[in-house]
Design a protein around this ligand. Structure first.
Ligand SMILES: [Zn+2]
Length: 489
């Protein structure tokens, strides 16, 4: 009897030990700490892209805000002599971001770090799989578990009918439902409405009315059955709806993203005209289309720099075209069409800019080989390749995006504005390669030096690319993937 009891005690103790050990091994580090919250940058060039440029300026930060432009805080604040001669710009905004859900891996802090590391100091989260992402990220920041960018959010996706793609979806059964669905989003503190699949025109109109009434932006997908000019979504994501609905072989995300053979010169001109007439904003997320081209050779893609940033479950499981996210199955048959679609989407981006239409830079992070932070730098490159002058791209990626987020003076660099700043050794409005000379990031008034960021990156990488994280997360990801995506088209 005593032996049996002893055996039970040993088994329980070992099990508890194993669980605790695994839990400890999975607990992410929290390595990023600010070097200063009250400081002055002297003899810097302050650049508000396309607005003004002041050289030899002193810019001070205290209480999370820019204090003044010219001196006045000598002795009162920490000076950063080695940042003299640098270029100070507003922080970047990712207008189409997706944060990770709450899982035992606890990826939120690392995602938020990757944004900050690349100078992204604000994100617009446009929906997650299960409704846990934004609360987990905001909660971690509020608890001091990790720092992060400002988070603006849309909450659940708003669809018109079953079947839903993600659990975190609200269905508007009739146009009359739009008002209470949008009111609930506003009550929950969201600042945008993500209109999603299978909405009728009547439901879209009702959602627009409700969004305007509650002061929320409305962005979203043009549903498969509607054309761009019919849906008139106020902020169109991914250029959905540009290919006429009748030109799509299937109601499938792949076709909607890649089937642009019917888009010719006339169609592009038509889209530009409708966009201007209705003051439509576009968030093209060119990077998410471009990165799909890596799937031309999946084995080679695993060596792409974007594959080595997130835990291996992304590149090796979720982005695996044969048994990963089911919507990308069979993508090898689409690569040439994706190439064609990408060229036309980039051309359309340039034409919209030339015509004076509004554009946002967004990444669609977590799509294949689209990683937080780096992807916004890539999106800036695609905008430049579209023929948009680099300083204009900076304006779009900073203060012009911030203008629609509702935070007063966000993205500006005058006294009283929120202190979200990027400090570069070389002027990145002259050459995008200067993004690599980022010396420090200031997010909500907290300064992180290059050394702070590099140290944190090394600690995070050691954790999230470790064998024990792989051992647990890769099989777990395989198991949960099919349960998370409820609709495979
Ligand atoms: Zn997205």
């Amino acid at each position: 009897m005593r032996r049996v009891l002893l055996l039970i005690v040993i088994i329980v103790a070992v099990s508890v030990g194993v669980v605790c050990g695994l839990w400890r091994a999975l607990t992410p580090p929290s390595p990023l700490e600010a070097s200063a919250t009250r400081f002055s940058l002297r003899n810097v060039t302050v650049i508000e892209p396309t607005v003004r440029r002041v050289s030899g300026a002193t810019l001070s930060v205290r209480n999370g805000r820019i204090a003044m432009d010219h001196g006045g805080m000598e002795g009162a604040a920490q000076g950063y002599g080695d940042l003299a001669g640098t270029y100070v710009l507003p922080g970047l905004v990712d207008m189409h971001a997706h944060l990770p859900p709450r899982t035992p891996l606890r990826l939120s802090g690392y995602f938020l770090f990757l944004f900050l590391e690349h100078g992204v100091t604000s994100i617009r989260d446009v929906g997650d799989t299960d409704g846990t992402s934004v609360d987990t990220a905001r909660g971690g920041i509020a608890n001091g578990d990790f720092p992060g960018p400002r988070i603006f959010s849309c909450g659940p996706m708003v669809a018109g009918a079953e079947p839903i793609r993600w659990a975190n979806t609200e269905i508007v059964e009739t146009p009359a439902d739009a008002e209470h669905v949008v009111a609930a989003l506003a009550d929950a503190g969201h600042t945008c409405v993500k209109s999603y699949e299978d909405l009728s025109l009547e439901k879209i109109v009702a959602l627009k009315t409700a969004a305007a009434k509650h002061g929320l932006q409305m962005l979203g997908h043009v549903p498969t059955l509607l054309a761009y000019e019919d849906a008139l979504i106020p902020d169109v994501q991914h250029f959905f709806g540009v290919p006429p609905p009748e030109s799509l072989a299937r109601d499938h995300v792949l076709d909607r993203a890649a089937e642009w053979t019917a888009v010719d010169e006339d169609r592009l001109a038509e889209i530009v005209a409708v966009t201007l007439e209705h003051d439509i904003i576009n968030t093209p997320t060119l990077v998410s289309t471009h990165q799909l081209l890596l799937l031309r050779d999946y084995e080679a893609a695993l060596d792409d720099p974007s594959a080595g940033i997130l835990p291996r479950l992304y590149a090796e499981v979720a982005w695996n075209p044969s048994d990963g996210m089911p919507i990308w199955k069979g993508i090898d048959q689409y690569i040439d069409r994706i190439e064609d679609a990408f060229q036309k989407k980039r051309a359309l981006t340039g034409r919209l800019f030339d015509a004076g239409a509004r554009l946002h830079l967004g990444s669609d992070a977590q799509q294949p080989f689209v990683v937080p932070g780096l992807s916004i730098h890539q999106e800036m490159g695609h905008f430049v390749d579209a023929g948009i002058p680099l300083e204009e791209v900076w304006a779009l990626a900073t203060w012009k995006a911030a203008e629609t987020l509702g935070e007063p003076y966000l993205g500006r660099l005058h006294p009283g504005a929120p202190a979200d700043l990027l400090i570069f050794r070389e002027d990145p409005t002259l050459d995008l390669a200067a993004l690599d000379t980022l010396e420090a990031v200031v997010a909500q008034g907290k300064l992180y030096t290059r050394a702070d960021l590099d140290r944190a990156r090394a600690v995070y990488q050691e954790h999230f690319r470790s064998a024990v994280v792989d051992l647990i997360s890769i099989p777990a990801a395989r198991f949960t993937l099919r349960r998370t995506i409820l609709r495979d088209y």
